[in-house]
Design a protein around this ligand. Structure first.
Ligand SMILES: Nc1nc2c(ncn2[C@@H]2O[C@H](COP(=O)(O)OP(=O)(O)O)[C@@H](O)[C@H]2O)c(=O)[nH]1
Ligand SMILES: [Mg+2]
Length: 422
């Protein structure tokens, strides 16, 4: 039997908290037999007497606990509650739930039932079939909530999660313990997005269960306009933090381009390129194959090969340092494989630059503009795909054409859509 702690933050919820604890303890928790469920109210010294009401209830209900904190923001206060629940209360799973009845206490058992199916993180979701946001919300608020969630999904490659900002959720502490709760980017509402993202990366199995998010009846909402900006920043920071690899890839690629460009100039006036091209001088006036007789086309191929060697070795020691190949036999094998995948790049350069000088004349401008064109539009997308799929094997390529980060996509598949019971 595992222990579940419902962490419930409150700030000025005297109109709600008493009734909420009654409903939970007297009605909802009674029906849950296979878990020990307790409630931890995290109150931030509400001036309206919320804590006193909780203390009253604690005399009657042994399952209710109170943690009084300074007001540090919803995220910061949740973190204090989670730590207390994991440490002092030894929780195996933590439920996050609002105290204002926007989350229906009846849904507690539905979230727990999802956990019992072997899931690590259950989201009470407003954006899957059966879920709802308040009908009373104006179009502005609806759009903001929906597009906010969509933005986070796209930026963080979490396409299969529909509700990124739900406040009603259940998480196994096994995963929460691995998240660095002291260094979250947000102290406010956006902490939710980060925790969800981090545990998805850790490999938690995630499920969404549809919930109806009701309109608040008593008290007032504490969410503010700055939470929108805060959420935006959290998503962007996470993206940048986890895109270091792409940035490194870009730097190596840029230097590779400079090498390619200098190499092209060097070889186009070299004897080597002329010698190779002279083998094909008899087909010089053929429309397509005549390009084989163009020395600059061969210069482009040679320069490309040098850039390829540069890219391979530098990406191996720097960009993909974690997956770095060190065994020398394997390195040789990979290098050959890499060259095989790069044949495409050499052929692209050969034809684009060769054709360009054939048509527009062999000047430095034509060569360099053709190089920029072929690298920018053809080589970069081609190479990055090849690297990730074949060489360092970071991507899998699902049927739909979306290319996702393997570490995340693996764990986001299971989206259970069970209809809400009446
Ligand atoms: N401890 C604590 N609780 C908070 C804070 N801000 C909001 N809450 C509680 O968190 C829950 C959700 O807040 P609410 O204002 O209803 O947000 P909304 O549902 O997005 O409008 C409610 O139970 C609030 O009382 C805070 O800074 N500290
Ligand atoms: Mg609310």
């Amino acid at each position: 039997m595992s222990k579940i702690v419902i962490v419930m933050p409150t700030y000025n919820e005297s109109e709600n908290i008493g009734r909420m604890l009654d409903v939970l303890v007297k009605r909802e928790l009674k029906g849950i037999k296979n878990h020990k469920v307790e409630i931890l109210v995290v109150d931030s010294k509400s001036p309206d007497g919320t804590a006193e009401i909780v203390q009253e209830k604690m005399k009657k209900y042994l399952q209710v606990h109170l943690l009084s904190t300074d007001k540090g923001g919803l995220g910061a206060d949740y973190v204090k509650g989670m730590k207390y629940a994991m440490g002092t209360m030894k929780a195996d799973a933590i439920m996050e739930m609002d105290s204002d009845f926007q989350h229906d206490p009846k849904d507690v058992k539905r979230l727990i039932a999802a956990l019992d199916r072997g899931v690590d993180h259950v989201i009470g979701s407003r954006y899957i079939k059966g879920g709802e946001i308040p009908k009373e919300w104006g179009i502005h608020r609806k759009a903001m909530s929906f597009f906010g969630s969509l933005f986070a999904r796209l930026m963080l490659f979490m396409f299969s999660i529909h509700d990124m900002t739900s406040g009603f959720k259940l998480t196994k502490t096994e995963y929460l313990k691995k998240v660095n709760l002291d260094n979250l980017y947000s102290k406010y509402y956006a902490y939710k997005i980060q925790i969800l993202y981090e545990i998805a990366k850790l490999g938690a199995k995630i499920t969404e269960v549809p919930i109806i998010f009701y309109e608040r009846k008593e008290g007032t909402s504490k969410i503010s306009r700055k939470d929108l900006i805060d959420s935006f920043l959290v998503v962007v920071k996470l993206r940048i933090r986890d895109s270091k690899r792409f940035i490194k890839f870009g730097i190596i690629g840029f230097l590779g381009f400079v090498i390619n460009s200098l190499g092209l100039e060097f070889f186009s006036s070299s004897q080597v390129a002329k010698d190779i091209a002279s083998y094909f001088s008899h087909i010089n006036n053929q429309e397509i194959w005549g390009v084989l007789a163009v020395p600059t086309a061969w210069a482009a191929a040679l320069a490309t090969e040098i850039a390829i060697v540069w890219n391979f070795s530098m990406n191996n020691v720097w960009t993909f340092a974690k997956e770095r190949i060190t065994n020398s036999l394997k390195l040789l094998y990979k290098f050959l494989q890499f060259n095989l995948t790069s044949v495409g790049a050499i052929i692209i350069q050969f034809w684009v630059i060769g054709m360009a000088v054939k048509i527009f004349g062999d000047t430095i401008w034509v060569r360099q503009i053709a190089l920029v064109f072929s690298v920018g539009f053809l080589i970069v997308p081609y190479n990055y795909t090849m690297y990730n799929v074949f060489i360092w094997k970071r991507w899998r390529v699902p049927g739909f054409g979306w290319i996702q980060d393997k570490s995340i996509s693996k764990h986001l598949k299971e989206v259970v859509s069970n209809r809400r019971p009446e």
